[in-house]
Design a protein around this ligand. Sequence first.
Ligand code: ZN
Length: 439
Amino acid sequence: MKNKRLYILTLILLLLIIIFYYAPEFLLNKGKAALLKGDYLSAYKNLNLAITIKRYDKDIRFYYVKTLTKFKSNIKIQKAIYKFSESIQNDSAKLLAGTKVYDWKYNIYRAYGENYIEHVSYDNKILRWDINTFPLKVYIENTSDKNLPNYYISEIKRCFSNWKNASGFINFTYVQTPKNADIVVKFSDFDNSNCKEGGCKYVVAYTNPIVKGSRLKQMIITVYERDPYGRFLSTKELHNTVLHEIGHALGIMGHSDNPSDLMYMSTNQPQIQSSSSGNFIFFTSNDINTLKLLYKLLPDITNVPLSQVNNKGLFYPPVLLGNERTVNMRKLIDAQNYVKKAPNISGGYIDLGIAFAELGKIEEAKKSFNKALALAATENEKALAYYNLAVVSMSNKKYKDAIKYAEISKTIMPSEEINDLINSIRQYLSLSMYNPQLK
Ligand SMILES: [Zn+2]
């Protein structure tokens, strides 16, 4: 009896030695041979098993990556190779993966031309419509009871067809109700309290995405009916503004650095205009290249379930945008540049605060949101500042402050989003009361 147990134990030990010592070596050699013969599937199977057993082996890692590079670069392969390029183990596998990622990037830039794709993300996520759901349904609010000039609607429609023609693949159809529309254009009374010291820096439109989890529900473009002097917007102002906002509604969530691009954001260009704004602004090839490339990136947020997105021919976003930290650093620099140019615009400090928060710099984030609050010219901006103060207090585990800020934001501007936030703060708060160390 005793002998039998010893026998079984020895057998198990032997088996373990074979698995962890000889098997990876054996699989590696089999994989290398298959790779040499051009039998990549067999090479993959052997090396994949080898790397599962022995994750940090330099040779296995190298031949595994080498095998991956032999396959067609679908999303799965791109993800796997990208992961190696970012690994902390500085070896030839990492180098090979890095070279491959660089090749992809180089080829994509060569194929799509100059662009500002690194500025498109929304909370570090790629947000865009699913091409298979085109034409996008557009609802423009009825203006008959608002006494707006007739050219408002025609100019807005012209902007949509400009995007359609310039992109060559985006398509729109107009619908009669906002309920199932993808893009809603609505009009709002202007709050002109932002005119100070003889000048007016004002927002004539803004775009809000309605997002639930990974689902893009709707894009809402709000256009102010009049400028701060009570005058109707000219066709030029409408054109420049709405064309730019449609760019956001299509998923270009950031701005270009190049002043000649439509999606450039300056203090006197499209989105934020002074009363004496310049010329009609049109797309540049950068704008269109960026849009085309955006619709080749695997989305994180879109209007269909992610499992329904056709991945064929798509690029894995980090290949172009880099890892999260790179993206966050770039965002911080963008936001800092923006507030330098427009130190009196509340929205700039919101972006700056978000960039700080994403880098874990909570105190700086709070300071920025408080500055945004002090500069807030509209109720919407105030509510947004309080909302962000609530979020940053929550992540700093100051739940009571978070609730206070969220409640103020809700009073100013009730929304589903703020209700969700209040609910999750309450959950954290009750958790922290049971678990003192969570406080
Ligand atoms: Zn903009």
